[in-house]
Each structure stands twice: as structure tokens, then as C-alpha cells.
Design a protein around this ligand. Structure first.
Ligand code: N01
Length: 480
């Protein structure tokens, strides 16, 4: 291939935008981004529920080459994060490369290229396919009897109705993971009442979320090193959390203590015990919230642990026979992980990724490539270190890896590459054998675990991810 390989990027969220910018920075313009919606931002465009924020500090949850001295809080609100990605996309003129309202309906590997068909019926060919669709974009709706019978309003946290006025409303919130926890305080503040239907309590650290004053912001503008130091500091904090999840020790003990300390913010013992998790902190996603424990103690908030029997026209009927009459039901019931639109991606042997994963479980080679799918790359793919590294870092490391593969293609070393089955199997075998001692297998149920109870995370330190993806190991690849 004596020309720049053409690149198809699917998704204009945090990782798709990053891929595009790094291509541009390298002088590469032969690429297209397909985005199913009308805006960039991905997660932050979709998740607009009240209270949405990132549990990674803002100075760390942004691109290192596009620092933002203007972050308003340690954990800035979701709309501010969305504005950041919109601003960066605008700065790099990404609109000219993005095809909005265009869903990819199939991608078939043929004659050393990806034949990509979109919902508008068009088909184009690309040398490289980058799935930048994120690990959590497929909403999970609860399988509760009668949900469709409810006569009030009902929506998922990722489909928040911005026009719905909460004032004076009786709101039911099903789910108490990160989304439900974050939404509790602002809903309780605005609504008449909030009934939280909590099936499994989760540990929540009451992390303070200070606002950065004008002086702090001005200083960060004047001395960019301050922003960099803040970023490094939060990267270090993140690493401590990551290590605590991997093996027992002081870090883990400290986090357990912080969780217990946070729970003790609930003064009423009965309420405290009602929401006390029975599993270990970090086994499920650790939740950070400065307001959750306060929200639970508000007079208009009720925590219901009785279990849902069914939903009726008027509200939620619990197993103890109580009918909770509601105007709105918010489904904070999460997402299906690894929904990569994989039903429509057909590799060189004529099988879709979905078929391959149904036979061999969800797997990858080092989270980024897949045997039988040449020049196919996943950003934040299966088993990425989503629990011990910022997603921005994971995406960035992945993008750099893809660019290194592209360098080799451009240098004429080969046209296509795909990991060998042996290399992927060896990686996955080692991965599955390495979870002993990690917190994720300490006995809880979470979206981290696959159907066999194997975590879909990274069992090693982030340094191994950085190292494993620092350079494509060509001994593990088949090339054409
Ligand atoms: O979803 P979840 P989420 N009846 O899967 C409950 C990221 N995120 O949207 O545990 C009753 O964690 C379910 O109960 P149970 C982050 O990675 C990040 O909150 O299955 N309840 C659980 O309580 C996070 O981990 C941020 O018993 C039902 C809840 O719904 C991931 O997204 C913010 C039920 C689902 O919790 C997902 O978080 C938001 C049923 N039938 C999200 N079905 C930040 O960065 C489900 N539930 C801060």
C-alpha cells in the first residue's frame, strides 16, 4: 500500500474524536467518522440526567494535549464535560470528517478492505476499521412485570427527558449504581418525593467536590504547570484505587475505611443498616458522591428494599403489598457491556464478531484486536483496564497503538494484520488465570462479570497495559 490507509471510525465520542485528532496531527486526512446521532460527545451527550458527572477528576478526564484550566469542580458536571468535547472537536474542525445521523449497519472484510454500509444505504470501502463505540452504550431495561402498563412518565437515565418538570412530582428511582446514586440528590431537591427502589446496596465514598474559585482558575491559566501537576496527582490517586482492587494491602484497607466512614454519615442506624452493602467495596464499581448520604436522609426520600412485585398503572407494587404511587419512574438500571454493534461486523472467515464471541466468549488480543478480523481495532475493547485507568488514557494508548500499526502499513511492510489465534488464546488464558486475589472475584454480582463469573476487566497493573500496547508485537500477528 503506497498510500495512506483510509480509516473508518465508528462513534464521535471521547475515543472517536481522539482517534480523529491524532490522525490529523499526523497529517492524515483520509478518514471518516460515522456518528449515529447529531452531535459529538457519546456518553456525555446521551447521559444528561440531573447530577451526572464523571467519577474521575476533570483534570485527569481530558486529553493531555488539550488541558482545560477552566474546569469548575474537581468532578465537573456532565454538561461541562460535553462542552469540553464539543469545543475540542470544533477546534480541530472535525465536523468536516463526521457524518452525523449515520449508523453503520454492516462492515464486511473483503479483498483486504472493510466494506462499510450505513443506514442511508451507502457503502464505502476503508483499509482500517476503528470501533470507538464505547463499552456502555446499550441501555438495560429491567425485566419487571407491568412496566409497559405504567400510566405516568418513565425513562432510562440515559434518555432523560429535558422537558420534564420534576416540580411537585412523586418520583420512583429503580437502581442504585453510579447513575442512580448521582441522580438522587438533584431529583430529591426538585421533586415532591423520591422513592429509591434499591435491590443491591453499593458502597459509596462521600468524596468532596470543591468548586475551583476564580483565583485558582486564573492561576492555572497563568501557570499551565499547575494544571499538569493536578493531572498527575489525580492520575496517581487513580492508580492507588486500581492497585487496591488488584491485591490486598494498605490501599485496600484505607478504601474500606473510607467507605465505612462515609456510610456513618447516615445518622439513623436503621437507615444505615438498610443501605449497608453486603459485598466488599470495589467488588462492584466504586461510587463517588458528595451528596448521596445526605440525599438518603432527606425527609422526602424513602429507600425501599422490599423488592418489586410488579409495576401497575399507578406506580410500583412491592412484594410486601405496598403500592408506591408515582408520577415518574426513572430507570437507572445500567447498560449491557461490550455491545459493539458486533452482530454486523463480518470477518475474513464470514463470521460476525457476535458469532465468534458466542462460541468462544467475549475476547480480544490485548483488548484491541481480534483474530480473523484484519485491520479491525477496538478502542476501550473487552478486558481494558476500565477499573484501574482513566478511559481517556485507555483510549489514548489504543489510538497510539493503531497509529503504530498504520506506520507499518504505510511503510509497505504489509497491507493487513490480524492477531494469531494462538496469541489471542495465550493472552486470554493468562488473563483468566490472573484474577485470583482481585476484588472483583470476592463474591458480588456486577456488570464487570461475564456469564461465567470472569471479570471483563484487566487483572494487572495499568503499567502492563501501557507496556503491552506500547508497540505491536509482530510475532503475535499474521500479516498479508
Ligand atoms: O448501572 P449499574 P449505572 N430491579 O449497572 C439495578 C458508569 N457510570 O448506570 O445491582 C431492580 O451500575 C441494579 O441492581 P442490582 C460506571 O462504570 C459512571 O448506575 O442488579 N433493580 C443496580 O442497582 C458504572 O458502573 C458514572 O441488584 C434493578 C442498577 O439497577 C456504569 O456506568 C456515572 C433491576 C444498575 O446499576 C453503570 O452504572 C454513571 C431490576 N429489575 C455511570 N435491574 C460516573 O462516572 C437493574 N437494577 C460517575
Amino acid at each position: 500500500m503506497s498510500r495512506q490507509p483510509s480509516v473508518c471510525i465508528v462513534g464521535a465520542g471521547m475515543s472517536g474524536i481522539l482517534m480523529a485528532i491524532k490522525l490529523i496531527k499526523r497529517g492524515h486526512t483520509d478518514f471518516r467518522i460515522f456518528e449515529k446521532s447529531g452531535k459529538v460527545g457519546g456518553t456525555w451527550r446521551e447521559n444528561r440526567y440531573p447530577g451526572v458527572a464523571c467519577d474521575v477528576a476533570s483534570f485527569y478526564y481530558c486529553y493531555d494535549f488539550e488541558p482545560n484550566p477552566d474546569w469548575s469542580h474537581r468532578f465537573s458536571p456532565g454538561p461541562e464535560i460535553q462542552q469540553y468535547f464539543e469545543r475540542v472537536a470544533k477546534k480541530y474542525n472535525l465536523d468536516q470528517y463526521i457524518q452525523y445521523h449515520t449508523e453503520v449497519t454492516s462492515a464486511v472484510f473483503k479483498d483486504k478492505q472493510w466494506e462499510v454500509t450505513t443506514a442511508d444505504g451507502q457503502t464505502r470501502r476503508f483499509d482500517i476499521y476503528v470501533a470507538a463505540t464505547g463499552p456502555l452504550n446499550n441501555r438495560k431495561y429491567p425485566d419487571i412485570k407491568g412496566l409497559a402498563d405504567f400510566q405516568g412518565k418513565c425513562f432510562h437515565t440515559a434518555d432523560w427527558d429535558d422537558d420534564y418538570d420534576l416540580t411537585g412530582k412523586r418520583v420512583g428511582l429503580i437502581g442504585s449504581g453510579s447513575s442512580g446514586v448521582q441522580a438522587s440528590w438533584p431529583i430529591a431537591q426538585a421533586a415532591k418525593s423520591l422513592s429509591i427502589f434499591m435491590r443491591t446496596p453499593q458502597w459509596v465514598i462521600a468524596t468532596p467536590n470543591p468548586e475551583y474559585g476564580t483565583l485558582a482558575i486564573a492561576l492555572k491559566h497563568k501557570i499551565p504547570l499547575l494544571g499538569k501537576l493536578t493531572r498527575w496527582f489525580y492520575a496517581w490517586v487513580g492508580e492507588q484505587f486500581g492497585r487496591a482492587a488488584l491485591f490486598p494491602g494498605l490501599r485496600r484497607k484505607y478504601i474500606f475505611k473510607a467507605c465505612e466512614h462515609s456510610l456513618n454519615k447516615i445518622k439513623d442506624e436503621a437507615l444505615r443498616e438498610k443501605v449497608r452493602p453486603t459485598d466488599l467495596p470495589m467488588c462492584r464499581r466504586m461510587i463517588m458522591s458528595p451528596t448521596y448520604h445526605d440525599a438518603l436522609q432527606l425527609d422526602n426520600v424513602d429507600v425501599i428494599r422490599e423488592g418489586i412485585e410488579k409495576i401497575t398503572a399507578d406506580g410500583v407494587l412491592c412484594k410486601d403489598g405496598t403500592l408506591h404511587q408515582l408520577d415518574l419512574i426513572v430507570l437507572a438500571t445500567g447498560f449491557y457491556p461490550n455491545a459493539w454493534n458486533v452482530k454486523h461486523i463480518v470477518g475474513e472467515h464470514g463470521k460476525t464478531i457476535d458469532e465468534v464471541w458466542n462460541t468462544d466468549k467475549v475476547h480480544s488480543y490485548r483488548s484491541i484486536t481480534l483474530p480473523g478480523f484484519p485491520n479491525y481495532f477496538m478502542l476501550i475493547g473487552p478486558n481494558s483496564p476500565i477499573t484501574n485507568l482513566s478511559l481517556v488514557d485507555i483510549a489514548s494508548i489504543g489510538v497510539d497503538y493503531i497509529l503504530k500499526c498504520m506506520d507499518k502499513i504505510e511503510a509497505g511492510e504489509f497491507d493487513t494484520l490480524a492477531p494469531t489465534v494462538e496469541a489471542a488464546n495465550a493472552f486470554n488464558q493468562e488473563l483468566q488465570n490472573s484474577f485470583d486475589g482481585t476484588i472483583w472475584v470476592s463474591g458480588c454480582n456486577s456488570w464487570y462479570l461475564d456469564d461465567d463469573g470472569i471479570p471483563q476487566t484487566w487483572p494487572w497493573a495499568p503499567s502492563r497495559f501501557i507496556n503491552d500496547l506500547s508497540e505491536p508485537d509482530m510475532a503475535h500477528y499474521e500479516t498479508v
